[in-house]
Every structure is written in C-alpha cells, then in structure tokens.
Design a protein around this ligand. Structure first.
Ligand code: 0T9
Length: 385
C-alpha cells in the first residue's frame, strides 16, 4: 500500500488481518510503528474548543432558536479538528496512545476580546474498555460541556466501523437565571483506506443536538449532495452533511444547512455562509511538562512520544512496556488490598437524568446512558499543581 513503508509491509498485513478477525477493543492491538501517533486519546476532548469564540458566542445568543443555531454552528465547526486533523498533522489517521486509568490532561484557551477563558479537564476513567471523561467550561460566559467518550469497533468490507459510545451535555446559564441544556449525540465513524495503510475517517449516520427548550438539530452525514442537471443523483460527497433545525414539538424545519464540515457550509435557503473552518484554529494551551504531575498525559508518555517522533521505536516500545508493567502491578496491588483506583475529577452515575429527559424528545437509542459528573475540584489557574 501507498502509506506503508517498504520495511513494514509484512507487519501491516499481519496487523490488518488481526483487525479483520478481531472485534472489541482495537486500542489494545499492537500496530506497526509507522501508524503510531505520539498523542494520547486523553488529548482528544480539546477538539471541542479549538474555536473558543464560536463556543463563547453560544452565550451571547438572545433567544432559544438563536442559541440552538449557535450550538449547531459550534458543533459543526469542531468536526474538522475531531476527524481530519491527524491526517493534516501526521499524514494519515494514526493509532493514538491508549491512555492508562487515571491519566489526566489539563489545558485552557486564554481570554481574548471578552470571550472569557475556557478551561479543559480530562480524565481517563476506564482503561478496559477505554473511556475518557471531559469537562470544558467558560465560567465568564456561563458555559459548561460535560461528556465521556468510548468506542465499539467492528470491521466491515475493508473498513473499521466505530460506534461512538457516550454523549455530551452542554449547559448554558441564562442571563435571567435558570439554564438551558443541550444533549449532544455523536456520529458513527468509518475508517477507510486501511488496506493502503493511509487511514482516514468518514462520518456516517445521524447525530442530534436536543435542547431543553425543545429545539432539535438533526445532522445527516450521509445525505446526498443533491441532483444534477438531468436529475441524476450526484451521490455522497466526502465530508458532506445536511442539518435541519426543528422547533419544539414539530418536524417542520425552521432552518436547513448543508455543506462540507471540513471547509464551508451554508444556509440551504439563503445561501448565506454558516460555517467556515478554513481559518486557523487555536490549539489548547498546556503548561510545561516539567511542572506536570506524573499522571498527566504529556509527562507520562514523554519518552514513548519522543521515540515515536524521532523514529526510535525501540525506545518507544521499551518505555511503553515500562508504563504497562507498572499499570499491571498497580492493578494487582489494588486487587490484593481490595481497593480500587479512585477517580480524581469525575463521579460515575449509572443513568444520566439529562440524557433520559432530553433523549425522550427525539427517541434516542439507547433510552438511558451512564455519565461521569465533574466534581468541580480543579481551579484555573490551579491553586496547586
Ligand atoms: C473522540 C475521535 C475518537 C475519540 C477517536 C477510533 C479511534 C479512537 C477514537 C472517536 C474524539 O472526539 C473523536 C476521533 C478519532 C477516533 C480514533 C480513530 C482511530 O483510528 C482510533 C482507533 C482506536 C484506532 O487507533 C484504530 C487502529 C488504527 C491503525 C487505524 C488508524
């Protein structure tokens, strides 16, 4: 394949065969070096806020309908970062580092033009299966996004199909008191280009943003672009989406949008620009590694990451084994002592009342989901490192 270095062709073929016959947790499979990313999955929640001004703008919207439009605009604008940024940065989709239980990632986006500072707290709340919990807040604007992310993977006709497990809830404090909540569900992914060793993500199916005000955004990632001059279907275009916004209790769209989530999209009726993500995004600000605690992602993985970045795979694999052995020992010790690793920032709740209440409004499946509630025990800037 094109993306596979000559020396790693055999090991890529072996790896692809192992994913074909494997179902479950892909993150635990050993992959050939060229496909390894030096970035841990705990860093991924930062993709939610790489356009902090669009996030802050949600709080400036004046009514329920405009707030739902602002949330949809922000959401669509995160997709490019979430699903194509590894291709841009690393040449193709790569296998992220598989976080250890309790791994942490903190960061922020500074205040700028009164948009307020946005803060990020991430914790790996499960290792097997991998589950990442996150909390992103802009206190100045009264905004908080709480969510968790896990995946169920399978293999189908040459592609890896990834069902995203988990959801996010955005809470907006309203100026007159009270709050509005938005339940955000996540699309399915298909990872194509596997045979060629140059994987990339395509989104499939539908995802929803349900507001407690009743407004609902339905985003369709498989919609056809439209019909050509002679009525022939033009077919699905890569990274194309259509979204409709419906008022409380109605299926009649009040707004329609379509376009390419990694470039631009428009209001389907007026042609007015809706999203444009061709402009630079703002990466999260993270403190120096020297000041980090041992379980903070970039400190924990620093030597593995250096090995991967510099092509010293022996170093990478030696350092990775160290971390894994240390983890195994910890789990053994806990079992012997009858204790469990305590989560630092999140509390696990079996069923999320917000998911149940808002999910009902659009017949979400499943009807209930668990959640990880942020314990509000991290200050920005931190009082203690
Ligand atoms: C939440 C995102 C998620 C995490 C990643 C499937 C995947 C792990 C989960 C869903 C973020 O908000 C968005 C983007 C990319 C998703 C990753 C892409 C990917 O390939 C990995 C899986 C576990 C693999 O590493 C598969 C093996 C690899 C060789 C294919 C490139």
């Amino acid at each position: 394949g094109e993306g596979v270095p000559a020396a790693q062709k055999t090991s890529w073929t072996t790896f692809v065969k192992s994913i074909v016959s494997f179902s479950g947790d892909l993150s635990s499979l050993t992959a050939p070096p060229f496909i390894l990313s030096p970035i841990s999955l705990t860093e991924f929640p930062a993709y939610w806020c790489e356009r902090p001004a669009l996030f802050a703008a949600i709080a400036d919207a004046q009514d329920e309908k405009s707030r739902s439009i602002a949330v949809l605009k922000w959401f669509i604008s995160t997709l490019k970062g979430q699903y194509t940024s590894r291709n841009e940065k690393l040449g193709s989709e790569k296998k992220p580092l598989n976080p250890v239980l309790g791994e942490l990632f903190y960061g922020y986006w500074p205040d700028h033009n009164g948009r307020g500072q946005t803060n990020l707290v991430v914790e790996q709340v499960s290792h097997h299966p991998p589950i990442t919990a996150y909390y992103i807040s802009n206190p100045t604007k009264g905004l908080a996004l709480q969510g968790h992310s896990a995946q169920k993977t399978s293999f189908s006709s040459g592609s890896i199909v990834v069902k995203q497990i988990g959801h996010a809830v955005l809470t907006v404090d309203l100026p007159g008191g009270g709050k509005e909540e938005f339940l955000i569900t996540l699309p399915r992914l298909r990872i194509d280009g596997i045979w060629y060793g140059s994987p990339y993500i395509e989104l499939t199916g539908l995802s929803y943003i349900q507001s407690s005000s009743g407004w609902l955004s339905t985003i369709d990632y498989e919609a056809k672009e439209g019909r050509g001059y002679f009525g022939f279907s033009i077919g699905a275009k890569s990274h194309f989406f259509k979204a409709v916004l419906t008022p409380p209790g109605s299926t009649n769209p009040a707004k329609k949008y379509d376009g390419l989530w990694h470039e631009t999209s428009k209001d389907s009726d007026t042609g007015e620009v809706f999203t444009d993500v061709r402009t630079p995004k703002e990466e999260v600000t993270v403190g120096p590694v020297e000041q980090m605690a041992d379980f903070e992602s970039r400190k924990l993985w620093q030597h593995v990451a250096r090995g991967i970045r510099e092509g010293d795979y022996e170093l990478a694999s030696r350092e990775k084994s160290k971390i894994e052995n240390e983890q195994r020992q910890r789990r053994k010790d806990e079992q012997a002592a009858g204790t469990r690793w305590p989560l630092k920032h999140f509390e696990h709740i079996e069923s999320d009342p917000v998911y149940e209440r808002l999910g009902k409004l659009f017949n979400a499946t499943p009807t209930t989901e668990d959640t990880y509630v942020f314990m509000r025990n991290r200050d920005f800037p931190p009082a203690t490192a």
